[in-house]
Design a protein around this ligand. Structure first.
Ligand code: MLT
Length: 224
């Protein structure tokens, strides 16, 4: 079985009747959404808040009832999402799919945050994957220069010959740091820049990491 499918489907086992959940974005949580769609058809009663327009569409197609964020009065029971890198301390780089801001918001609104990845995402140190940073379009060129001064190689994300625009109307600058020995400090420093809306470092957020392997086995480890 595909490693992403194995991890994604495993996460669905943590979701029970009556839960209100957050649904992440990406190629691994895709399988969680597909599995939840099957379970909903079999009678599982859940409500979900999607982290992107893409996931909203997928959840609708799967028949998963959606919960408007404005109606949320208490934290979500849990959120399931993917990651682009996971460190041994369960710090994450997210945002390869461009939904990092809503993903971080929804994770912060949740009692539990479960991360689903295939084994290739587990690294000894974060930073080989370019860190996505969501920035306001106004003055992005100068924000990019400020990011460079923080020790990375910044590249504006493009799609079809134009800047990639997030669901929030912002740009993404992918920052190649090479290594990020102290994600906790870096996330604070990045978010001090006025042009930065949010960055893809998720520190002290993951409660459980579900790791899929190519032979279809799944290992879990507790996070923070
Ligand atoms: C992301 O964090 O951008 C994605 O969710 C990672 C993925 O594709 O699983």
């Amino acid at each position: 079985m595909d490693a992403k499918k194995a991890a994604g489907e495993k996460a669905a086992e943590y979701i029970s009747d009556g839960m209100r959940i957050g649904l992440g974005t990406g190629s691994t949580v895709y399988w969680t959404i597909v599995r939840l769609g099957e379970l909903v058809k079999e009678g599982l009663r859940i409500e979900a808040v999607p982290t992107s327009v893409q996931t909203e569409k997928l959840a609708r197609e799967a028949g998963i009832p959606l919960l408007p964020l404005a109606r949320l009065q208490a934290p979500l029971d849990l959120t399931v999402d993917g990651a682009d890198e996971v460190s041994p301390k369960d710090e994450l780089i997210k945002g390869g799919g461009g939904a990092l801001l809503r993903e971080k918001l929804i994770a912060s609104f949740s009692d539990r945050f479960i991360v689903v990845v295939d084994h290739s995402k587990c690294v000894s140190e974060l930073g080989r994957f370019p860190l996505p940073v969501e920035v306001v379009p106004f003055g992005w060129e100068m924000t990019s220069k400020q990011l460079r001064q923080m020790g990375c190689e910044p590249v504006l994300r493009m799609r079809d010959g134009a800047p990639f625009v997030t669901d929030n109307g912002n740009y993404v600058i992918d920052c190649r740091f090479g290594s990020i020995p102290n994600p906790g400090e870096l996330t604070v420093e990045l978010n001090k820049l006025p042009g930065v809306v949010e960055n893809g470092l998720f520190v002290n957020m993951a409660d459980l990491i579900v790791v899929g392997h190519p032979n279809g086995t799944v290992r879990t480890k507790s996070g923070t």
